[in-house]
Design a protein around this ligand. Structure first.
Ligand code: PEP
Ligand code: MG
Length: 566
């Protein structure tokens, strides 16, 4: 019987095929590992040697596989090999063996200690617990003489299901035979998601109840909606795959510029971090840069880069898009992106602390130097950059920032990431020349849900109607004052949401450049009025899944009608 499960969509696309689970992991129970057995004192040195040899063998095997791969796959395999060689972990296990533990039970106990620390640190570190557990299982299999745990090579194109996939499982997968990934755990930044993105296969994470699906059961995975249809009706499922194939062909053929079917212009822009990512972005059909996250160019710096040094980096980005639009954001330091050269105090709640433009409270000189550097980069460049500040909460902050930007002859704007700024968008827009909505933070702050938390993925979904209402408020203010309102959060990468944003009145969309063609192609197939209807349908709902379904239904209906009338 057909059953529908939903999770967090992380890589779009539709795939249909039999489910496949990875091989069994070693039994970690105390009995299986002989946890109660104490190793005799004279044998402990040999037991410790047995453990280090097993860890070294696992690391060597992972490094060998890394050398046969490239790109992210090679990086994650090398990083996992590094965990197997970690001196702290090996030291903890060896210490336990010295007290009489067997090598397998020491491997499990040392991993538990480290996993507890990683979990406590939260965010990206917590997601590395899966990698650590994977190393533990490989070392256990080596010690116990079991086959290496992991993913078998499928005989037919299959959908890989797992609790969570470790890098060593996912690296080296072949997209011809592994056509989608679905996991019970994990978040949008887990390794599963990263590898799926690299392979270009649909991926859904955080799907509860996955364990009920047996290997061989046919499932349809929709990586755009997060839907998993178990034992779908064959004809309907095939029609869905065909429709996806048709859309993919449209995407491949789209080369810009961004506009709706009836000609409303919507600039499709790229988010970049430095000169090299800006140059790489020009391989995609983008019309410029909608967000240059300058802080990412300086994460490793212990001291403030000089004005000249900053200007050179900014100039690289301007030159990559010579003559086209470039929006530079001033440093968004703090919270998830601490900068070493900004001496920020320890804060109990850094996402609500001195981050973004607020660093100018204690360090006005850092902001002044950065604006000087941007102005210097603009001298003699074909592009006059637009400059915006992150984390603006009030019209007064916007006015103070705009004054400094305009003193240097540049175009001034601010990001709308704080609900207060969205609510007072009219007053803020009166102070600046443009705004850009950062939906990642706007969603985090509207829903009071940490954007890094995998457990809160359904709350940190930009389809939350509360977030859409705030975006509508900002877009309305922009239309009234005839000033541009962009979106530069990841919401702009979702083709259906992009149509809704345009329907709400957003005038440009900026995201990871790989998303540009899919967004542009989708917009090219719908009229502005259809976008407005989709936006109205989404605003009338009360939860994110309903908002997406309502908007998608409007877009599909009207696409079908216009295709029929052609
Ligand atoms: C955002 O918050 O949506 C945004 C674009 O800024 P960042 O992701 O860099 O915080
Ligand atoms: Mg932000």
């Amino acid at each position: 019987m057909t059953q529908i499960l939903t999770g967090t969509p992380v890589v779009g696309g539709v795939a249909l095929g039999p489910a496949l689970w990875p091989g069994h992991r070693p039994d970690h129970s105390a009995e299986a590992l002989g946890a109660g057995v104490e190793i005799a004192e004279e044998q402990r040195a040999d037991e410790a040697q047995r453990f280090t040899a097993a860890a070294a063998a696992v690391a060597a095997r992972l490094r060998e596989r890394a050398s046969q791969n490239t790109g992210v796959a090679a990086e994650v395999l090398t990083a996992t090999a590094g965990l197997a060689e970690d001196r702290g972990w090996i030291g903890a296990a060896s210490g336990l063996i010295a007290k009489g533990a067997s090598a397998p039970s020491a491997a499990v106990a040392a991993t538990e200690q480290f996993a507890a620390v990683f979990t406590k640190l939260g965010g990206l570190m917590a997601e590395r617990v899966t990698d650590l557990n994977d190393v533990r299982d490989r070392v256990l299999a080596e010690l116990l003489g079991l086959p290496e745990p992991g993913v078998p090579t499928p005989d037919v194109p299959s959908v890989l299901l797992a609790d969570d996939l470790a890098p060593a499982d996912t690296a080296g997968l072949d997209p011809a035979t592994t056509i989608a990934l679905v996991t019970r755990l994990g978040g949008p930044t887990s390794h599963t998601a990263i590898i799926a993105r690299q392979l270009g296969i649909p991926c859904v994470v955080a799907v509860p109840d996955l364990t009920g699906i047996g290997s061989g059961t046919v499932i349809l995975v929709d990586g755009t909606t997060g839907e998993i249809v178990v034992e779908p009706d064959d004809a309907t499922a095939r029609a869905r795959v065909d429709e996806h194939t048709r859309q993919a062909a449209l995407v491949a053929g789209w080369s810009g510029p961004g506009r709706t079917a009836d000609g409303t212009e919507v600039a499709i822009l790229a988010n970049v971090a430095d000169g090299s990512s800006a140059r790489a972005a020009t391989d995609h059909p983008v019309e410029g840069v909608g967000l240059f996250r300058t802080e990412l160019a300086f994460l490793e710096r212990a001291d403030e880069p000089s004005v000249e040094e900053q200007a050179a980096i900014y100039r690289e980005v301007l030159d990559a898009f010579g003559g086209r639009k470039v929006v530079i954001r001033t440093l968004d330091a703090g919270s998830d992106k601490p900068l070493r050269f900004v001496d920020q105090p320890e804060e109990a709640n850094p996402a609500l602390g001195v981050r973004g433009d607020r660093i100018a409270l204690a360090h006005p000189e850092i902001r002044a130097h950065q604006l000087d550097a941007i102005a210097r980069a603009a001298e003699g460049s074909e592009t006059s950059p637009w400059v915006m500040a992150p984390m603006i909460a009030s019209p007064a902050e916007a006015a103070a920032f705009a004054a400094q930007v305009r003193e240097r002859g540049l175009t001034a704007g601010v990001m709308i990431e704080v609900p207060a700024a969205a609510i007072l968008a009219s007053a803020i827009l009166a102070e600046v020349d443009f705004v850009s909505i950062g939906t990642n933070d706007l969603t985090q702050y509207t829903m009071a849900a940490d954007r890094m938390s995998a457990d809160l993925a359904s709350l940190t979904d930009p389809w939350q109607p509360a977030v859409l209402h705030l975006i509508a408020t900002v877009a309305r203010a922009g239309r009234d004052q005839r000033k541009p309102v962009g979106v530069c959060g990841e919401a702009a990468a979702d083709p259906i949401l992009a149509c809704v944003l345009v329907g709400l009145g957003v005038t440009s969309l900026s995201s990871a450049p790989v998303a540009a063609a899919a967004v542009g192609a989708r917009l090219a197939g719908v009229t502005r009025a259809t976008c407005e209807n989709a936006a109205a349908a989404a605003l009338a709902t009360a939860d994110p899944a309903a908002a997406r379904a309502a908007a998608a239904a409007v877009l599909e209906n009207e696409e079908v009608r216009s295709a029929a009338s052609r």
